[in-house]
Design a protein around this ligand. Structure first.
Ligand SMILES: [Fe+2]
Ligand SMILES: [Fe+2]
Ligand SMILES: [Fe+2]
Ligand SMILES: [Fe+2]
Length: 409
């Protein structure tokens, strides 16, 4: 049994505004933090960033000053929550360590969502991008060993493996091939709506991170790797956002955002092992219950619709962080060769004559790719690439070689 946040009592919104020292939280210890506690922090920061940006966009699309004011009030709290979460990251966690954390989230969140997703079209989209973020983890881990002399397995531990996925250089595709068919808001399962909103938030935050920290690296190779993967994160946001039904009203989107925040904080709270963070997730959940009630009132008033007709009477299956090594291997063994053509996924070898993928590849990769060069340089220096293979050799035999840059083609 879970809860129905529509009938729970939250904290009154006026009591949600905190004094500065309470917002300025004490960072975690990077040597002690559990990788999945770090993952929850990264993901919930992304969820809060989406809450803030969505509410700014919503406010720009109404001339009603009362609505703008109500949105501004809860948006202030979203911003405050974002600080209380993102300021947990300590100063001595390097940009690359943060990056490894983000890609671990991308792997284990995407894999879990794919495993539990009821809509086959959405599941296919998750599996597809899973192999791309999995490859990013490998490229950044190789860069980290070269530039910082540390191995990423200290960060991800035994929970997530590190080896090639769909090679990043092959992920670059024409922007017109990124758009998927959306679910139908009227018939879609609530879990599908929550999954799509959660993965958009996570990928968007990864895109934002690389847009901002990619130029903090020193070497041209590291800066190049960030910009190249940054362009793939732009692709991932385009890919995932196109899955959401664009005919959903602003009030319903607001309601869904608040409901998802309730659902995700509840999911975090239920699975958190560290009491300090468990308590933090619980407090944020209380705030979100009130935000949901505010969004529900706006919908009743302006659309004369009852949110209880849209939302379920309790949370669906929770979204949690757990190891997905076997699932990732299964997808690695079967889907490396896929690319996309318009809304469809297909093996590169089966693309039609008029496909945009080959010429786009030629354009961006004609002078090589930083994502390949980083592995070449690692091999040059260490004699082999860096991997963290726990369950045995790579499921795709073409990607088993470690002494030269492995490519499936
Ligand atoms: Fe929030
Ligand atoms: Fe990624
Ligand atoms: Fe991504
Ligand atoms: Fe909220």
């Amino acid at each position: 049994m879970t809860i129905n946040p529509l009938s729970e009592k939250g904290r009154p919104i006026e009591q949600q505004v905190s004094a500065w020292p309470k917002v300025n939280v004490t960072p975690y210890n990077k040597r002690e933090i559990h990788p999945y506690t770090r993952s929850r922090i990264i993901l919930m920061n992304g969820i809060e960033v989406e809450a803030v940006i969505f509410k700014h966009q919503a406010a720009r699309h109404t001339s009603d000053l009362d609505i703008k004011r109500v949105i501004a009030l809860s948006r202030h709290i979203e911003q405050q929550q974002q600080k209380m979460i993102n300021w947990l990251v300590p100063h001595d966690e390097t940009s690359l360590e943060v990056t490894i954390g983000y890609e671990q989230v991308a792997v284990d969140l995407t894999a879990y969502l794919a495993r539990t997703e009821p809509d086959p079209n959405v599941k296919a989209a998750l599996d597809f991008a899973l192999l791309e973020d999995f490859d990013h983890l490998y490229r950044y881990a190789n860069l980290m060993e070269m530039t910082e002399g540390r191995q990423a397995e200290a960060n991800v531990r035994e929970l997530t493996e590190i080896m090639p996925g769909r090679p990043t250089a092959l992920e670059h595709r024409h922007p017109m091939d990124l758009i998927r068919m959306p679910y139908d808001n009227k018939t879609a399962n609530i879990l599908t709506k929550l999954h799509v909103l959660t993965i958009i938030s996570g990928e968007q935050q990864t895109m934002n991170l690389y847009m901002n920290i990619g130029n903090r690296a020193e070497s041209p190779l590291a800066r190049g790797l960030y910009l190249e993967i940054g362009q793939v994160e732009e692709q991932h946001v385009s890919h995932y956002e196109s899955l959401a039904d664009p005919t959903t009203s602003w009030f319903e989107m607001l309601l869904l955002h608040e409901y998802n925040e309730c659902y995700m904080y509840y999911s975090c709270m239920e699975t958190e092992t560290d009491p300090r963070f468990k308590d933090m997730w619980r407090r944020h959940l209380e705030d979100e219950i009130t935000h949901l009630h505010i969004a529900a009132e706006l919908m009743k008033k302006h659309e004369k619709r009852d949110p209880a007709d849209i939302l379920p009477s309790q949370f669906p299956e929770l979204t949690v962080f757990q190891s997905n090594r076997d699932y990732v291997r299964q997808i690695l063994g079967t889907q490396i060769d896929l690319t996309s053509h318009k809304t469809d996924f297909m093996p590169v070898q089966e693309l039609p004559e008029d496909a945009l993928y080959p010429s786009f590849q030629k354009t961006v990769n004609r002078e090589g790719a930083f994502s390949q060069q980083v592995i070449e340089e690692h091999i040059g220096r260490f004699g082999a690439d860096y991997r963290h293979e726990i369950e045995g050799p790579h499921p795709d035999r073409r990607l088993r070689t470690r002494e030269k840059v492995a490519m499936p083609v």
